[in-house]
Write a new protein. Structure first.
Ligand code: GTP
Ligand code: MG
Length: 377
């Protein structure tokens, strides 16, 4: 393809990887860099449910973001194309960055190859990046002890890496060189001939090299991998999903960081007590009186880790919208019960705070049923 042809098409970048691997954080970094270079960027988020924390986070950082709720990209391929069109109408992005659901796989055959075949005149498609949280991966590959998922969930985990154009070890700031080498060798042995890079969105390490590739290279046209959709569906169905939105109001201002941390710790304690492995608990608090972009975010990606505040509010708040997205290997009804109990007890610690559940959905993801599946590019 000639340079001018490449330039007239928008670039389509997909950043996948298991739940909690660091996709949204990396996408925000990439979008910021590209915007600073003067490029127009459009982001697309996706989830099985409504009320997406990721959309709230990315919009709070000022990025044009469209979401596809209620099903994965592969099963809602036409919505994905619609989302890109909507962004094009609004701001004509030169680069689209899409984040698929963290329990999804087979994205090459069901998303990128259909994009290339059906919309090849509109997009150049980058190699699919698959992010791997290093602590989670050391456990999955049996190199370290710790909470883990069932075999069928791990089927999806491994399939995600198998289809990667680039395997990206994320959060490399969490590992010393020895552990990083151990993980890199394990990945290289299990997934031969894959290009493996290590990055940290937090420190910036490795980002230049990775971003350089996905903004310039094209996806290789290899035959798509085989996937056993029965095992894939069973793996997804072992995961419990909960999305909720909660109206918070108080007559006395309260510290949102403390509240979010307390809520996360109490959810964590209840999941741990039932040995229900958390994949990702993420919550945002958008205060009523906030200026654009002011939002608090708390995340928890392992049962034995501390909930982290990835964005904070400067001032105490009196009210706002709390969004809860929880994914764990547990029955959805159990997750709903935990959230109801914890909301009552955590808000009880702040004397005038009332928490009213406005929307709550909890379910197991349905059987994946892709719109298209192309075995070749
Ligand atoms: N230490 C460290 N933590 C990170 C890094 N990147 C992301 N995280 C943290 O990892 C957690 C999950 O990050 P997200 O970006 O939300 O992960 P995700 O893959 O988008 O998660 P889902 O959308 O739920 O699948 C958050 O607490 C982030 O702050 C990193 O480079 N270093
Ligand atoms: Mg995300």
């Amino acid at each position: 393809m000639s340079d001018s042809e490449m330039k007239s098409k928008a670039r389509y970048i997909m950043i996948g990887g298991f739940l909690g691997a660091g996709k949204t954080t990396a996408i925000a970094k990439l979008a910021k860099r590209l915007s600073e270079q003067g490029l127009r960027v459009g982001l697309i988020t996706n989830d099985q449910g409504q009320n997406l924390v990721d959309t709230a986070m990315l919009r709070a950082q000022g990025f044009a973001t469209e979401e596809i709720p209620g099903g994965c990209f592969c099963c809602r391929f036409n919505s994905l194309v619609e989302a890109a069109k909507k962004l094009t109408d609004q701001s004509r992005p030169e680069v689209f960055i899409a984040e698929p659901v963290g329990s999804c796989t087979d994205l090459v055959a069901t998303v990128t190859y259909p994009l290339r075949r059906l919309y090849g005149e509109n997009f150049t498609v980058a190699p699919v990046s698959v992010l791997v949280d290093p602590i989670r991966a050391l456990r999955v590959f049996g190199l370290e002890q710790g909470g883990n998922f069932s075999e069928k969930v791990l089927y999806i985990y491994n399939k995600q890496i198998e289809e990667a154009g680039l395997v990206i070890i994320s959060k490399r700031d969490l590992l010393d060189d020895g552990r990083l080498e151990l993980l890199r060798n394990a990945l290289a042995a299990k997934f031969p001939r894959k290009e493996i890079m290590a990055v940290s969105s937090r420190t910036g390490a490795g980002l230049d090299a990775w971003f350089g590739k996905i903004t310039s290279q094209e996806q290789a046209a290899r035959p798509a991998m085989e996937v056993d959709y029965q095992v894939y569906a069973e793996g997804e169905a072992l995961l419990g999903w909960l999305n909720a939105s909660v109206r918070l109001s108080a007559t006395e201002a309260f510290d949102s960081d403390q509240f979010l941390r307390k809520l996360a710790e109490e959810i964590q304690a209840k999941l741990r007590a039932e040995q229900a492995e958390v994949a990702h608990l993420k919550m945002t608090l958008s205060p009523d009186e906030a200026l654009a972009g002011e939002i608090a975010v708390v995340n928890l990606v392992r049962n034995d880790f501390v909930p982290e505040l990835s964005l904070r509010l400067e001032e105490p708040v009196r009210g706002g919208e709390l969004m809860i997205n929880l994914r764990a290997e547990a029955a959805p009804e159990f997750l709903a019960q935990v959230v109801r109990e914890v909301l009552a007890s955590a808000s009880g610690r702040f004397p005038t705070l009332q928490a009213r559940l406005e929307h709550l959905e909890h379910f197991r993801p349905g059987k994946p049923n892709p719109t298209h599946r192309f075995k070749t590019a």
